[in-house]
Design a protein around this ligand. Structure first.
Ligand SMILES: C[S@@+](CC[C@H](N)C(=O)[O-])C[C@H]1O[C@@H](n2cnc3c(N)ncnc32)[C@H](O)[C@@H]1O
Length: 208
């Protein structure tokens, strides 16, 4: 990484990707797969339950599964593929929206109790703008919970992520919260997962 930065403290080139083509092309067909193993999926659900992620919830960068142990009262899922989102059995509503093309969320202020983003934050090219807007649409006191592992679509992940270790990934996401503003200090955790399986890391913060 060079020492040049984008003004937010991230090095020049940090948010570039091998595949800079329109994300809509990459996600044009549905992938009814899971992106982490069952142990890591379970850990996501356990974390959401422990943190009390319930009520009106926005699951960002979502697909056909959202990993809640108990379905929230009203789950809205946002992602890139309409067929995947429509197949999400826990969702009450869904919207296709490209956060790299437009990081503004298509929701009013204080629309949600909490927000989540599972194994996808590494694809955001304008994460600070997205995190700032999450703090707008989530009510004060609500959480934004980001989880991630060590598997990804490499051509679509940002270079800054690909060139960093897992511990640094937690710092990167913490930096997104700090740079966005509107949150209390971010918390980080490596969640317990079965030995030999996919690891699961979490960074979350409360809207202030
Ligand atoms: C690895 S999958 C994870 C899906 C789901 N969150 C899960 O836990 O299985 C990455 C997801 O990010 C979404 N995504 C990728 N680029 C996006 C973008 N530019 N805007 C919004 N969502 C995006 C895709 O729709 C896809 O569902």
């Amino acid at each position: 990484m060079t020492s040049e930065s984008d003004g937010l403290g991230f090095p020049k080139g940090f948010f570039t990707r091998d595949d800079e083509s329109d994300d809509a092309e990459f996600y044009s067909y549905p992938r009814y797969v899971t992106h982490i193993d069952d142990g890591a999926i379970d850990a996501v659900g356990v974390l959401y339950a422990e943190l009390g992620v319930r009520g009106a919830v926005l699951d960002l960068m979502s697909s056909w599964v959202s990993h809640f142990r108990q379905e929230p009262d009203a789950l809205t899922v946002l992602g890139m593929n309409a067929d995947e989102l429509a197949a999400n059995g826990q969702a009450r509503s869904w919207v296709v929206h490209d956060l790299n093309a437009d990081p503004s969320l298509p929701f009013g202020d204080d629309s949600f109790d909490h927000a989540t983003c599972c194994v996808s934050v590494d694809y955001l090219t304008r994460p600070v703008d997205v995190f700032r807007d999450v703090a707008r649409v989530v009510r004060r006191g609500g959480l934004f919970v980001c989880t991630f592992s060590n598997r990804l679509f490499p051509t679509k992940a940002i270079r800054g992520w690909l060139l960093s270790e897992s511990g640094t990934h937690q710092q990167i996401v913490g930096g997104y919260f700090d740079s966005a503003g509107g949150y209390d200090g971010a918390r980080t955790r490596q969640c317990p997962t079965p030995p030999g399986g996919d690891p699961l890391y979490a960074v979350w913060a409360r809207v202030s």
